[in-house]
Design a protein around this ligand. Structure first.
Ligand code: CA
Length: 536
């Protein structure tokens, strides 16, 4: 039943957009006489649904929770373009994809442009990035880097460091943490430091740590409420290719060709089955004999069970969901454990008080909601970024904010915290005042989103853009589609009921369309990228 709705006039007509310009600011506290260090932790594809402080019933993440409990948790943190490399480019530049030039994972980052690490470096910081980089060009703005090649492997990764390229032995989440601690240990102590500590996990293809296998492979998980979504009112959602049934039996389910005969998943494109299978066999080959022995000890019984059951239809789909969850959440566990190790290191070395620690993921992810894995869509699960932040010298513990923040804001916020001028062409806004307990008047009341990776790339998610307020969301799929979707998040938090044709909501649709146009104007989204005006 649809109720008559009060329009959020204040939101839609009173939009105040905040520029990222420097402004007079309050002194944080006397304890910040020494400029803070920064540890920016970003994992890959870590859904807020898999973090206990965000209400997850799937897993406990005590160490990420610790950052929230000792600082601030953001209930409304969003990504501007929900895919790996573009999110990272927005983080570095504080600019939307159409401004920083990296719209999808096939683009190469222009590493000559200004980034917040470059500005920190110029301001006397020692800067580093360790772990996932994924921007194709060489890291710039860092005194030290030690980064995975492309997506990197879960085990025995080959990494490109400032001085050499080395294939390491071990579990990648552990190694990235080891290298981060080692960098902090050996840093130039005359300078404050900023390290981007970026996990590969829990990106596909989700390989847990050997020591965790006995625990993580024994669990079963409830199906999400929307697992059997029929996409009745959403044609773009129907046409995607990121359903759990599209997963590969090889690299995603960890089976071998002898178990299934012919690979069935499409995982994004027809004809990629062979590629997935070859890739998986190569990954297994890269394990050391000792690692492989333990791996097989735990996964061979799963393979045997699969062969015995001879599953089809819903039974097969639900088995695939359980397999996906076990490996995904197992990969998350190792990320959380390693964050605990880093936090303990800071405590043991008297670094906790004056270090800003941020935990986020490059975007959200589907854990079976709508029947999916992956990200891309502007729907809540992939639009949301988990975000918690701790800085004991200035941020009060136990805070929760519902202010809408974006990954666009990270660069200006961090610069603001260390008193470095924010370039006027950065499009984000510093949320420093929010974490200090006072949301600035006129803080944004709507966000703009734009996804580009289509028709090339994976998963067949059409190009789209949209606007979200605290209650409503309007999405427009364009290019080879012209589909609009409108959701009332307070009535329909799972976004199943597209209201775009509902006369009860026509005024809201008009208001949101106006808001979308305002945001596009403000962020200078090029007109040639869409035909919106002609479609109004
Ligand atoms: Ca990602």
């Amino acid at each position: 039943m649809i109720y008559r709705i009060k329009l959020p006039w204040v939101l839609l007509t009173g939009l105040t957009l905040i520029c990222g310009c420097s402004k007079p600011k309050d002194k944080i506290s006397d304890t910040t006489a020494a400029r803070p260090n920064i540890i920016f932790i970003m994992s890959d594809d870590h859904a807020y649904q898999a973090i206990s402080c965000f209400g997850s019933k799937l897993i406990k993440t005590p160490n990420i929770d610790r950052i929230a409990n000792e600082g601030i948790k953001f209930k409304n943190s969003f990504v501007t373009n929900s895919i790996c490399a573009p999110s990272r480019a927005v983080l570095l530049t504080g600019k939307y994809s159409h401004k920083n030039g990296l719209r999808d994972n096939l683009d190469r980052f222009d590493n000559t442009q200004m980034t917040f690490p470059k500005l920190l470096q110029q301001a006397g910081y020692s800067t580093a990035i360790i772990g996932k980089w994924h921007l194709k060009s060489k890291p710039t703005g860092f005194d030290y880097w030690n980064v995975l090649i492309g997506q990197g492997n879960y085990y025995n990764p080959r990494m490109v460091a400032t001085e050499d390229t080395v294939t390491h032995t071990g579990y990648t989440s552990d190694l990235i943490t080891d290298f981060t601690i080692d960098y902090i240990e050996k840093r130039d102590t005359a300078k404050p430091f900023c390290v981007l500590y970026h996990h590969k996990a829990p990106h596909r293809n989700w390989m847990p740590k050997l020591e965790d296998l006995p625990e993580v492979l024994n669990k079963t998980y409830p199906l999400p409420q929307t697992f059997y979504d029929d996409y009745a009112t959403r044609s773009a959602a129907r046409e995607q290719d990121m359903h759990i049934e599209d997963m590969f039996l090889s690299q995603d389910m960890k089976l071998l060709p002898a178990d299934y005969g012919q690979e069935t998943g499409t995982g994004g494109k027809d004809g990629w089955q062979q590629r997935a299978e070859s890739s998986w066999l190569a990954m297994l080959e890269q394990l050391t004999p000792e690692q492989r022995k333990i791996w097989d000890q735990y996964y061979d019984p799963i393979r045997e069970d699969f062969r015995k059951q001879d599953l089809t239809g819903k039974a097969l789909l639900e088995w695939m969901y359980q397999r996906y969850m076990q490996d995904y959440l197992g990969s998350v566990k190792a990320v959380d454990d390693n964050i605990g190790r880093l936090l303990d290191y800071l405590d043991d070395h008297n670094l906790s008080e004056n270090t800003i620690v941020v935990y986020t993921s490059d975007q959200g992810f589907y854990l079976g909601e709508h029947g999916w894995y992956d990200k891309r869509f502007m729907y809540e699960e992939s639009l949301r970024m988990p975000l918690v932040m701790r800085y004991p010298a200035a941020i009060k513990p136990g805070q929760v904010t519902d202010a809408m923040v974006l990954n666009l804001d990270f660069a200006p916020t961090l610069l603001d915290f260390v008193d470095v001028d924010i370039p006027s062409d950065m499009q984000g806004s510093s949320f420093r005042d929010i974490v200090l307990g006072k949301e600035p008047p006129g803080w944004r009341s709507s966000i703009y989103y734009h996804y580009y990776e289509y028709p090339h790339g994976w998963h067949n998610v059409k190009k789209h853009e949209g606007v979200r307020t605290d209650r409503y969301k309007l999405i427009r799929f364009y290019d080879d589609a012209d589909e609009w979707e409108l959701f009332d998040l307070s009535e329909d938090p799972n976004e199943l009921n597209n209201l775009v044709g509902d006369p009860e909501y026509s005024q809201i649709k008009d208001e949101l369309t106006t808001e979308l146009m305002k945001l596009k104007g403000f962020y200078e989204v090029p007109h040639q990228e869409d035909k919106m005006e002609s479609n109004l």
